[in-house]
Design a protein around this ligand. Structure first.
Ligand code: COA
Length: 282
């Protein structure tokens, strides 16, 4: 087996600190995990950043981290399931920082559950956070994005296009996000607004991954990824900055997969048993 490649040290360092100069980003779920990683990448690329999440304390801590990187930062707590609170958070961001030019719909919820056993409320909770939250983020950011000819970035997942056991609620929500992303690309393109999705695979140091891996096993995940490792948050943040800023100026309606190859695995009949038969028969 070939040796596993390490991640590039500090991929954001390869991007210009002026890449997102003058831009104002609003990021849901920005208080932690992948979305805080995206916020940090945006700050390092020169954007002013507003983060939104459920808890004020978490947002305050994240804002301090962003300010330590030299960022101009705003935050107001909102649960993306509460449209009025979300709208207030978006409007507050614009009041503090100026018209939003990048909206990132990153807030998500996930847990493993059997489709036949979970409650309607459990299924609805994930759809409300992921799909309805993403729709409302884009919708409430629209007036600002229209003025700035900005972009929306939806944080999706491989569950959107690859079937998984115990993830029916997540798959339904994420597949909805992908079509929403494409519909908005077509409908809002004439306003100069771009709409794309980013599909991370497993990312190290995130609450979601830590919880899922604790249940299903760290090694099972790593073994499933062709690159043999989790992504660093910086690798996701760097791609988000490229897609959301002028480097991605002609990219819209695109699903951008940054998953170490995970989405390609699993549909082949070349299972471990077949490999054994093919190459270790003697
Ligand atoms: N299995 C089955 N059902 C579950 C569940 C699980 N592991 N976890 C939650 N639910 C159900 C609850 O029982 C409840 O349904 P009920 O009212 O019929 O009992 C429903 O989902 C809502 O759960 P609740 O805990 O009240 O919602 P919440 O708003 O506090 O939490 C979640 C939202 C469920 C998404 C929670 O996992 C969460 O907040 N996660 C943090 C964010 C996250 O997951 N990040 C990673 C993204 S990849």
């Amino acid at each position: 087996m070939t040796e596993v490649q390490d991640s590039v040290h500090d991929p954001i360092g390869f991007l210009s600190p002026e890449l997102l100069k003058g831009q104002v980003a609003f990021i849901t779920g920005g208080g932690s995990g992948i979305n805080l990683g995206i916020a940090k990448a945006f700050v390092r690329c020169g954007a002013a950043v507003a983060i939104c999440g459920r808890t004020e304390e978490r947002l305050a801590g994240a804002a301090a981290e962003l300010e330590a990187l030299g960022g101009t930062v705003a935050y107001r707590a909102a649960d993306v399931r509460d449209p009025e609170a979300l709208q207030a958070s978006i409007d507050h961001a614009a009041e503090q920082l100026g018209d939003i030019s990048i909206a990132v719909a990153g807030a998500a919820g996930n847990f493993y559950a059997r489709a036949e056993e979970m409650s309607s409320n459990a299924f609805r909770t994930v759809v409300d956070i992921d799909l309805m939250g993403a729709y409302h983020t884009a919708r409430f950011a629209f007036p600002y994005l229209q003025r700035t000819r900005g972009s929306v970035l939806f944080i999706s997942a491989g569950q959107a296009y690859k079937a998984n056991k115990y993830q029916a609620h997540v798959g339904a929500a994420k597949a909805g996000i992908e079509m929403l992303m494409k519909d908005l690309a077509v409908e809002w393109g004439p306003h100069g607004i771009r709409s794309n999705s980013l599909v991370p695979g497993p990312v190290s140091g995130t609450e979601g991954m830590t919880r899922l891996a604790a249940q299903s096993g760290d090694e099972a995940w790593k073994k499933a990824v062709p690159l043999g490792r989790y992504a660093d948050k910086e690798e996701i943040g760097a791609m988000a900055a490229v897609l959301s800023g002028p480097l991605g100026g002609y990219v819209t309606g695109a699903q951008y997969i940054v998953d170490g190859g995970l989405g390609l695995v699993g549909s082949s009949h070349i299972t471990e048993a077949v490999e054994q038969a093919l190459f270790n028969a003697e």
